[in-house]
Design a protein around this ligand. Sequence first.
Ligand code: IDP
Ligand code: MG
Length: 140
Amino acid sequence: MAVERTLSIIKPDATRRNLTGKINAKFEDGGLRIVAQKRVQLSKAQAEQFYGVHRERPFFGDLVSFMISGPVVLQVLEGENAIARNREIMGATNPANAAEGTIRKEFAESIEANSVHGSDAPETAAQEIAFFFAGIELVG
Ligand code: IDP
Ligand code: MG
């Protein structure tokens, strides 16, 4: 295993319910370190570009509207096998399928408002981190 970095987003459903600390406790208890963090309001153009891979999916418009419905917390998580580890801690996309103890099982409202984003592979992690953060903002 290698030390990796992955992009994490705490989504608007979770910031609205004041769950940032509870969610980040799951990451930290799970062995990941938060090495960059900022709370922002995404623009429509930013959300559309970030989720561009899903542009053709039927839920794209709703997803973009949801992601700009309130502030998000953008983070870079670091640790052994961080990309897969983060996705384990998050749980399945649909909270109905998420394992006990995962963030989405405990906190997600729906398949769309599912509280967190996590990169899915080394290439997307690198792209997604560079989309939101300058190198000087990552402090390991
Ligand atoms: P992931 O976040 O677990 O990687 P993706 O398939 O990459 O899941 O989907 C990106 C995001 O799009 C999901 O986290 C969720 O917010 C939303 N989404 C995915 N599938 C659906 C769906 O069937 N209906 C509504 N929203 C969805
Ligand atoms: Mg995904």
